[in-house]
Design a binder for this molecule. Structure first.
Ligand SMILES: Nc1ncnc2c1ncn2[C@@H]1O[C@H](COP(=O)(O)OS(=O)(=O)O)[C@@H](OP(=O)(O)O)[C@H]1O
Ligand SMILES: Nc1ncnc2c1ncn2[C@@H]1O[C@H](COP(=O)(O)OP(=O)(O)O)[C@@H](O)[C@H]1O
Length: 198
């Protein structure tokens, strides 16, 4: 519940002024997908490509945020919900600051992603479904987590013992089973250009 003694303070510099100075739109590119689907890899490669094009970008990554801001949270449905709620608020601050922020969280629940969408204005939340069959993610297993989950060493593991709800209508689908990292980045940059957001 919000404390009624806390009053919102508008900033003297607006989001619009910051965007104008930066020369590009600010928004959240919300990557969602299974562990090992390629969220971090593609988000980082895309951030790098855009950085080289002069765009102010930042990547918020599941593993990293859980080391600090969200280190008190586990992987129950409730904890994941709170994880996504906090990330949504942080992402909104980045949008306010005029930057293009990538978020790379499994964010398994449609409702939680939609809650973040509702926090932002039209055109500020771009849902990017990083699509990859679980068999392929499991074969990649970059951190050896699927192996541990199959062995019963990690409870509530997404796709195995905890659900993943794919987006109904994502703004963009990047299929990392079909396309290389570079091709996925091309698709993302094309999407941003097509919408005049670069
Ligand atoms: N039980 C369980 N289920 C799924 N993932 C697990 C789990 N335990 C640890 N990990 C590691 O934590 C990363 C997922 O954190 P997220 O913050 O993205 O998860 S969530 O959005 O709250 O569902 C995830 O990172 P990615 O592999 O980058 O997706 C895993 O490395
Ligand atoms: N086309 C691709 N796109 C993204 N990652 C890929 C692709 N092909 C292979 N990979 C590999 O798959 C793994 C994906 O891991 P990661 O990016 O950490 O996924 P996530 O953040 O979704 O857990 C990495 O080892 C990456 O090199």
């Amino acid at each position: 519940m919000t404390n009624k003694n806390i009053v919102w303070h508008d900033q003297s510099l607006t989001k619009e002024e910051r965007r104008k100075k930066n020369g590009h739109h600010s928004s959240v590119l919300w990557f969602t997908g299974l562990s090992g689907s390629g969220k971090s890899t593609v988000a980082n490669a895309a951030a790098h490509r855009l950085f080289d094009l002069g765009v102010n970008t930042y990547v918020l990554d599941g593993d990293n945020v859980r080391h600090g801001l969200n280190k008190d949270l586990g992987f129950s449905d409730e904890a994941r919900k709170e994880n996504i709620r906090r990330i949504g608020e942080v992402a909104k601050l980045f949008v306010d600051s005029g930057q293009l922020v990538f978020t790379a969280f499994i964010s398994p629940f449609r409702e939680d992603r939609d809650t973040v969408r509702a926090l932002l204005e039209e055109g500020e939340f771009i849902e990017v479904f990083v699509e990859c069959p679980i068999e392929k993610c499991e074969e990649r297993d970059p951190k050896g987590l699927y192996k541990k989950a199959r062995a019963g060493e990690i409870p509530e593991f997404t796709g195995i013992s905890s659900p993943y709800e794919a987006p109904d209508k994502p703004e963009l689908v990047l299929n990392t089973d079909q396309y290389s990292v570079d091709e996925c980045v091309d698709q993302l940059v094309d999407y941003l250009k097509k919408n005049n957001w670069l």
